[in-house]
Design a protein around this ligand. Structure first.
Ligand SMILES: Nc1nc2c(ncn2[C@@H]2O[C@H](COP(=O)(O)OP(=O)(O)OP(=O)(O)O)[C@@H](O)[C@H]2O)c(=O)[nH]1
Ligand SMILES: [Mg+2]
Length: 652
């Protein structure tokens, strides 16, 4: 496993997704060929493919400055360029959160959000929708020089007056640290940019990796977007410490509050003890150095309350140097390969698991729907065959009798159809009610009124009450959606039962739809708000409200996101509930018409009975073949889901 590197693991993961996408595309073309595809199923497949194709993996680097975050990113991901791509130097270097990703729809460029946008309450995520707000610096991917020059933008600062910095919420007169950062003439240096997105076709980024480099710790507090959105949602967070400084109090606080805390307890959180080359004392033996490293790891583990297996002593600088110059012994000594191995072992399998589970249930559902249609076609044909075989050697009277029987069936079914139409209208009323509880309109109104209350609030109690009410109302909306969902499900259960008894339609269980997931997400955000509010409480009392309003905007945009996802999921669920019944009813109607038609033709002697029977037998055969095809496709997709290409095999 020693040679296996991150790039191999990533390409194995990308290969897995590709195999999966291909097998789903095969299924879709088969559906089209066999005329089994309908608009709804096609939409679901499109969504599934889109999700698989743009599936991202987020890795965030967090640390006090200058622990070596940027150097570590250079060493892990960009050593192949033969030089330092991201600026890394003593003192504060990275001045704004920097996202590295690849979006082929955009040119290779650096997009920069001006720091002045902090004066508004809009979050960086919202700004991402408005490309004209960003300054774009294009670069040439074939020229390292051009890339390095562009990337240097992330460390640009400018000098402003204290008033300006205060307006941007970057200076608080009562904060002693802030006071220390003033220049001699009373001015202050602030970052030029609030956020940077680097878009370029690096092989790992092309495969969906998104890297987040952050500036020193105090930036974490100033952009709630980081603490509420980017860090909790990152698939891995590397918290970088330095062996020469030990763990400071503010580092422990940040680790507890934003990274490890019970709040976002999840996999993929690890600490890196960087700069171990500082311990490589020529006068000490290897064993002594090793002992010192072990001691530091142990101490760090105690302070962070983190298992030693999640702490990685490393030298980013030596690793970069070793990779660039091809010095294997130095690379091993830097211990970076161990960190890389842990990173992909934490990262990729858990991500794969989530993607696999989601894709699996969606595929199963689609296949089962196709199967349902084919089964009902097959049984319809068999029924007709029985009917016609029964006519062999019978006289005209019997045929007439038969025809009237099918007519009665058809009339009965038409009545059932009316009932189905009535059901559809009740269904859409219930759906409307569901969307009123879950709807975006109502949510946006609530966000608006809470914002108004917060802006005009004179007391922290008013803010607290407004926020409590905000969460309370939203929780109630979710619970009442849950009730509506249950009602819809109950109604559909009854209908499926009725149709199966009265018209012999296949009985299926409509899937259930628990809203628990969204309730949990909401609870998570509420806890985050409470923690933040309690810490910020004193600050709010003597300082401005900007922190709270900015915090609220981010929180609100996260809540909006949760509701957006819930809305999308519920829409899909509603389709999944009604679609099988719709397609079965449609099929049944066609079959009844066919039965009537064929008996009519025999009655009028336009067809001979035997011709008709032969024709039906051929139809049955082709349906059976389709069912077999479907099983093969099910198998293929199952194999694709289980597909494992181990890195060892690849290396071999
Ligand atoms: N000796 C030693 N120095 C290192 C190592 N990694 C980084 N450095 C140095 O530490 C300094 C800071 O590195 P950066 O990568 O800029 O650190 P950062 O965490 O990104 O800092 P900010 O961007 O300011 O938040 C630079 O001078 C690096 O050369 C290491 O493993 N060993
Ligand atoms: Mg940096």
């Amino acid at each position: 496993m020693a040679n296996a590197n991150l790039a191999d693991q990533f390409s194995a993961y990308a290969a897995w997704r590709k195999v999966l996408v291909d097998s789903i595309c095969d299924y879709r073309s088969w559906l089209n060929e066999q005329a089994l595809n309908d608009a709804q199923a096609d939409q679901r497949i499109t969504n599934l493919l889109e999700r698989l194709r743009e599936d991202k993996l987020n890795v965030a680097f967090v640390a006090e400055f200058p622990r070596g975050k940027s150097e570590l990113i250079n060493a892990i991901f960009f050593a192949g360029y033969g030089q330092r791509l991201l600026p890394s130097s003593a003192g504060r270097t990275t001045m704004c959160p920097t996202e590295l990703l690849y979006n082929p729809a955009k040119p290779s460029s650096l997009q920069l959000l001006p720091i002045e946008t902090r004066a508004s309450d809009a979050t960086t995520t919202e700004y991402k929708r408005y490309s004209d707000e960003w300054t774009v610096v294009e670069f040439d991917v074939d020229s390292n020089e051009s890339m390095v020059a562009a990337f240097n933008q992330v460390s640009k600062t400018k000098t402003v007056t204290v008033e300006e910095a205060e307006k941007l919420d970057l200076f608080h007169p009562n904060n002693s640290d802030d006071a220390m950062s003033l220049n001699k003439d009373g001015s202050i240096d602030i970052p030029c940019w609030r956020y940077a997105v680097i878009n370029f076709p690096h092989p790992l980024l092309e495969q969906g990796l998104v890297i987040l480099d952050t500036p020193g710790l105090n930036a974490i507090g100033t952009e709630p977007e980081l603490t509420l959105n980017m860090l909790p949602n990152a698939h891995a967070v590397l918290f970088v410490l330095a062996a020469d400084t030990g763990v400071t109090k503010s580092e422990i606080d940040v680790w507890r509050q934003y990274i490890s805390g019970t709040r976002w307890k999840q996999k993929g959180r690890m600490a890196v003890l960087n700069k171990i080359d500082g311990l490589w004392d020529e006068l000490k033996s290897e064993a002594e150095i090793e002992k010192e490293i072990v001691k530091q790891v142990k101490k760090t583990g105690e302070l962070l309350d983190l298992d030693a297996s999640h702490i990685f002593p490393t030298s980013a600088m030596k690793a970069l140097q070793a990779k660039v110059n091809g010095e294997d012994a130095l690379l091993e000594r830097s211990r970076l390969p161990l960190l890389e191995k842990a990173l992909y072992e934490e990262l990729i399998p858990s991500k794969k698991e989530i993607v696999r589970d989601n894709t699996k249930s969606e595929i199963e559902d689609l296949i089962n729907n196709s199967k349902l249609i084919l089964d009902s076609r097959a049984s319809g044909v068999v029924e007709q065959l029985d009917e016609l075989s029964g006519l062999r050697g019978k006289n005209e009277d019997v045929v007439e009798h038969m025809m009237s029987k099918v007519k009665v069936d058809k009339e009965n079914f038409e009545k059932g159809l009316q009932r189905f139409q009535a059901l559809r209208s009740v269904f859409s009323q219930q759906t409307n009610r569901l969307f009123t509880s879950l709807g975006m309109e109502a949510l946006k109104n609530k966000v608006h009124s809470t914002r108004e209350t917060m802006i005009t609030a004179k007391f922290t109690k008013t803010i607290r009450d407004a926020m409590d009410d905000f969460f309370e109302k939203l929780k109630r909306r979710l619970t009442s959606s849950d009730e509506q969902v249950n009602e819809i499900k109950k109604m559909m259960d009854v209908m499926y039962d009725k149709f199966s008894k009265e018209h012999g339609l296949r009985k299926t269980q409509p899937p259930s739809f628990p809203t628990l997931r969204y309730q949990k997400e909401l609870a998570k955000l509420e806890r985050a708000y409470k923690e933040q509010f309690n810490t910020a409480f004193n600050m709010i009392a003597n300082e401005k409200m900007t922190l709270t309003t900015k915090f609220f905007e981010t929180l609100a945009s996260r809540v909006v996101h949760v509701f957006e996802v819930a809305n999308r999921d519920v829409e899909n669920w509603l389709k999944a509930v009604i679609a099988p019944m719709e397609s079965q009813v449609r099929e049944h109607q066609i079959q009844l018409r066919r039965r009537l038609e064929s008996i009519k033709r025999i009655y009028k002697a336009t067809d001979t009975l035997e011709d008709r029977i032969l024709e039906l037998e051929n139809i049955e055969k082709s349906i059976r073949a389709q069912i077999e095809d479907l099983e093969v496709l099910r198998q293929h997709m199952g194999n694709a889901l289980a597909f494992e290409e181990s890195v060892d095999e690849k290396a071999a």
